[in-house]
Ligand binder design. Sequence first.
Ligand code: ADP
Ligand code: MG
Length: 358
Amino acid sequence: MARITLDGLRHTYSEPGEAAAAYALKGLDLAFEDGGAYALLGPSGCGKSTLLNIISGLLTPSEGRVLFGEEDVTRATTSDRNIAQVFQFPVVYDTMSVRQNIAFPLKNRGVRGPELDSRVEAILELIGLEHVADRRARGLSADQKQKVSLGRGLVRSDVNAILFDEPLTVIDPHLKWRLRTQLKSLHRETARTMIYVTHDQTEALTFADQVVVMFDGEVVQVGAPQDLFERPEHTFVGHFIGSPGMNLLPAQISADRARVGSVEVQLPGRATPQPQQKTELGVRPEHVKLGTSGYDARLVRVDDVGRYRIAVLKFGGETLKALVPEGVEIPAAPKVSFEPNGLHLFADSRRMQWEGRA
Ligand code: ADP
Ligand code: MG
């Protein structure tokens, strides 16, 4: 078991040396601590599978190194790296039984006898397939096959890390939650490094202690779920995390004022962008308050989404969403105020530092 370090990693599927736009990974330095639960979160096409396959050894990066501990494994095979990987779609041997499929990775490593049997039984129970243990994999449903795949990934206890690439995509929605919870408790029990790829923020935030947010071939932030919510380092993190995501309002910043269209918002500190930068004021819908005093706004509509409502407003010509908890009244002609700690500034999509504020 070892820490996994990615050093100056870049990858292109075409000839190296092409324009940056052709790179699936554009330059990445990252470390996964031994025993951590990580998620790689980002939209389809941002480079998650590419990164995972470079860690497991299915792909050799165009540039940069992969280290396990101090050892350079950039050119080592998957089996030399001693890594288990679960893919988005099932990888099973159709002619073998469920039990044989799960036993296979252990037998390959020379595990026999009672140890083999007890590991296989434990995994069958975990994935809930005891009742079909002796059936051939060929006849199983897609989600049963994926559970077998998951079982094969989890059965060995001596791996350096287990990598999951959107493993629950084909699983029935109401089983997803259960399996994810089980993966989480398995992580707690075994303290093995797990890296879980998903485009679903709920999956990432519930599984991982540290979430690596990727966007367009780059890592834009690594943090605990709470950091991503409270201190997004990039506008992408602001609007991708949260439901609905952060309001991002084009704004002109001057010292402690942000002008959004016709409205001038008082800031809790000062900030000085560079002259040509594109600047935005960010505020989560949770931190927008509606009342009888504050800035002018116009209520456009109210969406009821169950546990709370979302008030959609026009604010200085921009759309602004406010999350209104159950039981709180929405004035017909509301004024808007912001929680001072909920205001964020971005310049060219990156978080700006405040001056004169902690
Ligand atoms: P994700 O897993 O986040 O959806 P991928 O790592 O699969 O993203 O893809 C990243 C980028 O690399 C995408 O633009 C994708 O089209 C491209 N890509 C992925 N696999 C290949 C491949 N085998 N050949 C060429 N381009 C690829
Ligand atoms: Mg993928």
